[in-house]
Design a protein around this ligand. Structure first.
Ligand SMILES: C[S@@+](CC[C@H](N)C(=O)[O-])C[C@H]1O[C@@H](n2cnc3c(N)ncnc32)[C@H](O)[C@@H]1O
Length: 266
């Protein structure tokens, strides 16, 4: 259960403890590969990975020759990222605990700022967007991904809205970043944005397994779902969610639409 006396940052840390996320993280690798390609990382570039999780984007940037800093709210994610880096022999990546809304790094410090489904989860979108721009050099690139409101995550949101009446924060606000108009508004006058709509395939034997790992066991929805102590209500929600997922499921994969953004900072 989330403790109502926790501060916003403590509560976000609680939500984002690694849980079963490491099992799901490999599903993100194709998006990370595309993000690194679109960012255009040159050897020696300084790269920040915001919401680095288990470290996959940071490691990919390091492999491209960048000098990398990985940042996340959740300490246990950072522990896993350190282990992953050590496996690859990358002992020169800096891992920082911090919040996307108040990045603990100077202005204009990075050539490239990456966030693979990371900063979008910061509750104050405007602050998080401003921070990404602040720490990027003029001419540098902010490159990130966000779930699309018109894809499966949007459909699940509608199901959840029908079933979950009260939530301390809005666990679905991250979908704003999946709308190009919202992104343009955040970066207006400060960065030139380009967009690509993309698809990820999450490989599971059944939609039930996706629901458990994506929604119940990791990410911003998990505390909301865990707070549902009525078994019948949980079962009804799972039934409707799985029905919605059937539209996006085939060949042992859920197809998840997302937006890829490249913003060149002015
Ligand atoms: C969906 S995971 C993505 C992890 C990683 N980028 C990847 O692609 O595997 C979201 C990550 O963002 C982190 N996160 C959420 N809110 C954050 C915030 N306000 N500041 C920094 N990190 C945050 C979480 O702890 C989590 O590791």
């Amino acid at each position: 259960m989330t403790d109502p006396t926790e501060s916003g940052e403590q509560s976000a840390r609680h939500v984002w403890s690694a849980g079963r996320y490491p099992a799901m993280a490999p599903n993100m690798l194709p998006a990370i590969a595309r993000l690194i390609n679109v960012a255009g990382i040159d050897p020696g570039n300084r790269v920040l990975d915001v919401g680095c999780g288990t470290g996959n984007a940071a490691l990919t940037a390091r492999r491209a020759g960048a000098a990398v800093v990985g940042l996340d709210l959740a300490h246990d994610m950072l522990d896993l990222a350190r282990e992953n880096a050590s496996l690859a022999g990358y002992d020169d990546i800096t891992w920082l605990a911090g919040d996307a809304e108040t990045l603990p790094v100077p202005d204009d410090a990075f050539d490239v700022v990456l966030s693979n489904f990371g900063h979008v989860f910061a509750p104050d979108s405007t602050r998080a967007g401003a921070e990404l721009r602040r720490v990027t050099k003029p001419g540098g690139r902010v490159c990130f991904t966000a779930w699309s409101p018109t894809g499966v995550v949007g459909d699940l949101t509608e199901v959840l809205t029908d079933h979950v009446a009260d939530s301390p924060s809005d666990p679905w606000s991250h979908l704003e970043w999946g709308d190009p108009d919202f992104v343009r508004e955040q970066f207006a006058g400060a960065a030139d944005c380009s967009f690509q709509r993309r698809l990820l395939e999450f490989r599971y034997a059944t939609p039930h397994h996706f629901w458990r790992e994506f929604a119940e066991e990791s990410g911003p929805l998990s505390p909301v779902l865990r707070r549902m102590d009525d078994d019948d209500a949980r079962a009804a929600l799972r039934r409707d969610a799985v029905a919605a997922l059937e539209d996006w499921f085939g060949d042992n994969a859920v197809r998840v639409e997302y937006l890829q953004v490249r913003a060149v900072v002015e």
